[in-house]
Design a protein around this ligand. Structure first.
Ligand code: MN
Length: 498
């Protein structure tokens, strides 16, 4: 909580103290499932919001976010004590919670989740802070998830991975997204999680020595060129490693960027200078040079990425960015609500970042949609959903295992995603219990059953029934084995890796 002292005025701190006292009073006698006093939860949420750099009203709303729902406090009382803004935020968070609570049955719950949540996000989305408070709420719930029964753990973990992690990503809140993903994944698939954690650990052990050497070489050349910098190593998260493995035929050796060296410098021109020096030192892999400074990601993320081959033939990824870009990548939109607002504006004016994060288009669209809804006009929900959850769908096995696929995927993509043996022997598909054609586009929430026969083999027309690079590569490999000729260039170029 030390940041609070620097960031908030005396009056604001007094307001926060009053909120803490009020929440403590309201939640007296209530306990969480873990046996802990309930008020620990909203206070932890408020603490996260301080760490993330949010404004005082959001922090106060975080401390009070459960009092309407759990203590029957009237919204009017919150308004009277803490002001209209706080009451508005608490109301938004409460409404979000209610929609979820209304969907009890897990089977009907999952496919509907996104629709309802998206509608609600739009309804409350006039203020994106509601979503950020909800992210803090969800993060703490995930951290304390082990005290819930396993069925509930999975349900919450699944929803977090589907809805909340992508939301954090949309807001470019990188740290929060990774925390949500790692926790959710550890509950959804503990065996895989632990296996991959060990894999990463053992590879790190092998990599660290050679990396030290490379680090020294890079430091030397930067110093020689009088560049001020900070450098650290970033280890890939377990969940992103898991996702990457799926794209790479589960071949661990083909994943280079398990560690990336991150170099933070003072301004944009220096970023490009550092890139040049690194390319002078080592051979870049030409198709892995990414200029997210000139062309930021949709969520505003900026950096230069490059993967190089050293003289000892080690493969290393570098990420080069300014301090502002770094802060924004870690904290995202949350950081622009409070004391960073001025800093970001200054950085924008002096050209240290390319554009203001507040210009993120989808937020404007969200706000427009909210205004339209309020005015009783129709809003195209499908379009909104595309913006929020752009390019991924989530599809289930009949047992309820969840798989993430690129938008536009078909049953064979899913089959290969579940297991190569299931893919190559697929003879028919049931989508939501109905026999369906192989060229059916899958939707989020679809339950897909794959019928297999050991006699089935991939044929060349299978390449038209998949869109994922992974399935495509598997089919190609099988065709090659059978001696069938295939075109060398893919019919659908693979999507840019994220
Ligand atoms: Mn809560």
């Amino acid at each position: 909580m030390e940041k609070a002292g620097d960031a908030f005025s005396k009056d604001q701190l007094a307001k926060l103290e009053a909120a803490v006292a009020f929440a403590t009073d309201c939640h007296t006698g209530q306990k969480r499932r873990s046996g802990e006093r309930y008020v620990v939860h909203p206070l932890t949420v408020a603490g996260f919001l301080i760490d993330w750099g949010l404004d005082i009203d959001s922090v106060v709303a975080g401390a009070l976010h459960d009092v309407v729902e759990d203590c029957d406090v009237k919204l009017s009382e919150i308004k009277q004590r803490f002001g209209e803004q706080v009451a508005f935020l608490v109301d938004g968070v409460t409404k979000l919670g209610k929609v979820r609570a209304g969907m009890q049955d897990i089977d009907t719950y999952l496919p509907k989740t996104k629709d309802n949540l998206t509608k609600l996000l739009i309804a409350t989305g006039a203020d994106v802070r509601v979503i950020i408070i909800k992210l803090a709420d969800r993060l703490h719930n995930l951290q304390t998830l082990s005290s819930l029964p396993p069925e509930k753990q999975r349900k919450i973990a699944r929803e977090s991975l589907e809805v909340f992690a992508p939301l954090a990503d949309r807001l470019n809140m990188g740290q929060v997204r990774v925390q949500i993903e790692e926790l959710s994944f550890s509950f959804l698939d503990p065996t895989r999680f632990n296996y991959l954690r060990k894999q990463i650990k053992s590879r790190l052990g092998r990599a660290s020595k050679k990396l030290d050497h490379i680090r020294e070489e890079v430091k030397a050349i930067l110093k020689k060129n009088h560049i001020k910098f900070e450098m650290d190593g970033r280890v890939k998260s377990i969940y992103s490693f898991h996702k990457k493995l799926a794209k790479h035929n589960q071949n661990i050796e083909s994943i280079y960027d398990i560690i990336a060296l991150r170099i933070v410098v003072k301004d944009k021109p220096t970023c490009y200078q550092v890139l040049g020096l690194i390319h002078h030192l080592y051979t870049p892999m030409i198709n892995r040079i990414k200029d997210y400074i000139a062309v930021p990601k949709q969520n505003g993320y900026q950096s230069l990425h490059t993967t190089v081959i050293t003289r000892d033939e080690h493969i290393v990824e570098f990420q080069i960015r300014t301090a502002e870009m770094h802060e924004y990548a870690e904290k995202g939109l949350a950081a622009s609500f409070h004391y960073n607002e001025q800093k970001l504006t200054d950085a924008y004016k002096t050209g240290r970042i390319a554009r203001l994060p507040a210009e993120l288009n989808w937020i404007f669209e969200l706000q427009t949609a909210a205004a339209q809804l309020k005015a009783g006009q129709k809003v195209d929900m499908k379009k909104m959903r595309l913006h929020l959850f752009s390019d991924k769908i989530f599809v289930y096995t009949p047992k309820g295992d969840i798989f993430e696929l690129p938008e536009g995927s078909m049953p064979l993509d899913f089959a290969y995603r579940v297991h190569t043996d299931i893919g190559k022997n697929a003879i028919g598909f049931k989508i939501n219990g109905r026999i369906s054609k192989a060229n059916t586009r899958l939707k989020t929430g679809d339950v897909v059953e794959i019928l297999t026969s050991p006699k089935t083999k991939p044929t060349i027309d299978w390449l038209d029934r998949v869109i994922s690079p992974f399935a495509r590569n598997k089919i190609r490999a099988a065709l090659r084995q059978q001696g069938t000729k295939t075109l060398s260039s893919p019919a659908n170029p693979p999507k840019k890796p994220s």
